[in-house]
Ligand binder design. Structure first.
Ligand SMILES: *Cc1c(COP(=O)(O)O)cnc(C)c1O
Length: 343
């Protein structure tokens, strides 16, 4: 008999923030729009856009464990960083509200007074202390300055790296694979590939580690949303190995096991691509699911391209992890409205 493998997370401090497990369901209308069976593979979607906390997304899983750790340390103030449109920053501010922690967001912006819209608007509504930074300024140094302020006022800061991608954040994302294993078993499905958007690599670290520990059958396709960079790669590898240790595994992964696909980035983080915009429109009009142009649209554009160019043999089943981010639609309204009008 095949004994199903498990991952032990019970010893890690955790708070409940998400509506878990998130649904796993089939995208049959999208499949039909992409040529239908048998040429187009079966496509399932794991709805981590529906984790629930303040517009949801993948960061909620990481934050359940990061906030657990912060509370155990007696922290008073969360400090994190990202771009002004950061989904992670918004989710952190929301988690802070629910657990009585103040939140300082150090956000980098291309312009001196960015429009208060999308996630930046939500950050303000959530009461976060937003500190803007020029694009070239050092985020880590700015977080340290904010931490000094907190300590000077008698508080205890808890610093969360960009994207929540620390070993604890990566271990937090293991809950996705644990759910997926259970859901696939119930549905009696063995997928061959898993696609998702990869940024700061914490999600990828959790997904790769989860797949190894649970013996998941699929190849992992992390689709990069920003230009490849060795710092992120190194952080991803450190996170995956330290997360393994956190869950009592001696697994040591090699850099090759964390490779990402950089073919769908376009001109960089947040820069639109026609293919990602097309994916946003296609998912809205076939499945009434909202992707976003920064992350999930780019990841879906890779999957669509792989299907259209015949890189996925017929008869296979694919899982796409929807990591959230649709708040960014509203920060791209003019361009997307124009596209919607034309098609
Ligand atoms: C942050 C984010 C990702 C990428 O997750 P990382 O752990 O940073 O790689 C993907 N999709 C969305 C919508 C995100 O907000």
């Amino acid at each position: 008999m095949n004994v199903r493998r498990t991952i032990e997370l019970g010893h890690l401090p955790r708070v409940r923030l998400g509506n878990l497990p998130t649904p796993l369901h089939e995208l049959s209308r999208l499949r039909d729009a992409l040529g239908g069976p048998p040429a187009c593979p079966r496509i399932l979607i794991k709805r981590d856009d529906l984790t629930g906390l303040a517009f949801g997304g993948n960061k909620v899983r990481k934050l359940e464990f990061l906030i657990g750790d912060a509370l155990q340390m007696g922290a008073t103030t969360l400090i994190t960083t990202g771009a002004t449109g950061s989904n992670h920053a918004r989710a952190t501010a929301a988690a802070g509200v629910l657990h009585g922690l103040k939140t300082i967001l150090v956000l980098s912006s291309k312009v001196t007074s960015p429009p208060i819209q999308g996630n930046l608007l939500l950050d303000h509504l959530l009461g976060a202390d937003v500190r803007l930074l020029g694009e070239e300024e050092d985020r880590t140094a700015a977080m340290e300055l904010a931490a000094d302020d907190v300590r000077a006022a008698g508080g205890l800061p808890y610093l969360i790296p960009v994207g929540g991608s620390s070993p604890i954040g990566a271990a937090g994302y293991l809950t996705m694979t644990i759910e997926l294993q259970e859901q696939l078993a119930v549905m009696n499905i063995v997928p061959s590939r898993l696609y998702f958007a990869s940024g700061s690599r914490g999600t990828q670290a959790g997904i790769v580690l989860g797949a190894q520990l649970l013996g998941m059958p699929y190849d992992i396709h992390g689709i990069l949303v920003s230009h490849p960079n060795p710092v992120s790669d190194a952080r991803g590898l450190a996170n995956v190995n330290e997360a393994a240790a956190l869950v009592g595994s001696s697994l040591k992964l090699q850099a090759e096991e964390l490779t990402c696909d950089d073919g769908y980035v376009g001109n960089g983080y947040g820069a639109p691509t026609p293919e990602a915009d097309e994916a946003v429109l296609l998912l809205a009009r076939t499945e009434a699911i909202f992707l976003d142009p920064v992350y999930t649209g780019k990841a879906m554009s890779a999957l669509i391209d792989h299907i259209r160019t015949g890189q996925i043999p017929p008869g296979e089943t694919i899982v796409f992890v929807h990591t959230g981010g649709n708040v960014a639609l509203f920060a791209n309204a003019d361009r997307l409205a124009e596209l919607a009008r034309r098609q």
